[in-house]
Design a protein around this ligand. Structure first.
Ligand code: SAH
Length: 312
């Protein structure tokens, strides 16, 4: 999964109608704008630190950050305080990000970013791209599933039964983020499809040209993902970091005012524009679209204020 995704992302921009899949920031500018408001609000309520690192993991085209920065440009001092760093391995996507957010730095991993100031980390559809391990329970007890080539085809061994998953790469990033949040002050916002602990079964999937395909059919040319176990990320971040959520994407975006923002945009749009905005809001929030499957979670320093969007 790791080798396949590295090859996959290194060679292409997979996003959008002409690509393989579409993400929330590519559906509507409102998504990034609300995340920008979330960041600026938290920064202000923690006392508007003069400098902080605004880090995005796996930023794709950079659309979310561009929308977030534009939405927060009227918050006094915010833009000067935010040092934007993108964590990205794909050269193609790095180039896209540099074009749309020209002032941003790039790093290959969170570990390469200096831990010298507070940090706010954003990750939308990043953790799902990290490699998982799968374990299956068969007649002989639990076994880790492996991938083997047989007759020129890849397949899992043994055949997957009662599958449980773990994502050590994601847990390592959550552990590092948790340690940095405690030491430097900060927060991390994770948005992804997933579940919270317990049994999710076999969630490995491959998507190509907006359709699900066999994950073993063409390694390196389809997007491989697995659902994110939010509870595993919370556990990895450590008990001293405060966790909020996960709540559904619909609940989070409603709490942040997606309805109000959509109305404001609609007032300036013509009929066709209004239809586009309404359909985008529907895709982001309807329970049978992205509203319920996608979850939002925040990990926050215990002395920072509760972040917006997680009304109790
Ligand atoms: N957040 C964006 C893109 C999601 S696609 C959006 O919402 O549109 C996944 C992103 O994670 C891509 O930018 C991909 O290149 C990046 N990525 C995948 N694996 C990575 C890894 N191990 N390290 C850093 N970036 C990675």
């Amino acid at each position: 999964m790791e080798r396949s995704n590295t090859a996959y992302y290194a060679a292409r921009d997979p996003l959008g109608a002409a690509g393989d899949f579409t993400t929330a920031p590519e559906i509507s500018q409102i998504f990034g704008e609300l995340v920008g408001a979330w960041i600026a609000d938290l920064w202000q309520r923690v006392g508007a630190p003069a400098r902080f690192r605004l880090i995005e993991l796996g930023p794709g085209r950079g659309t979310l950050m561009a929308d977030a920065l534009r939405a927060s440009r009227h918050v006094p001092g915010f833009q000067d305080a935010a040092l934007v760093t993108f964590v990205e391995t794909s050269p193609v996507l790095r180039a896209a990000q540099a074009g749309i957010v020209p002032g941003a730095d790039h790093a290959r991993s969170l570990a390469d970013i200096p831990d010298d100031m507070p940090l706010i980390v954003i990750a939308n559809e990043f953790f799902d791209a990290l490699p998982v391990r799968q374990y299956g329970r068969g007649a002989g007890g639990w076994r880790e599933l492996t991938v083997a080539a047989k007759d020129g085809r890849l397949a899992r061994e043994p055949a997957p039964e009662h599958v449980r998953e773990a994502c050590p790469a994601g847990e390592a990033i959550a552990a590092m983020a948790g340690a940095r949040i405690l030491r430097q002050g900060g927060a991390m916002l994770v948005i992804d499809y997933g579940y919270s602990g317990g049994e999710a079964g076999d969630t490995l999937q491959a998507v190509k040209a907006h359709r699900k395909i066999d994950p073993f059919a063409s390694p390196g040319t389809a997007d491989l993902t697995a659902h994110v176990d939010f509870q595993a990320l919370v556990n990895a971040a450590g008990t001293d970091v405060r966790a909020y959520g996960p709540v559904t994407q619909a609940a989070f975006l409603s709490a942040l005012g997606i309805g109000v923002r959509a109305e404001a945009l609609m007032r300036r749009a013509d009929d066709a524009g209004r239809k586009i905005i309404a359909s985008a809001v529907h895709r982001l929030t309807a329970p049978d679209q992205m509203g319920a499957l996608f979850k939002v979670m925040a990990l926050v320093h215990p002395e920072w204020p509760p972040p917006a969007g997680f009304a109790v």
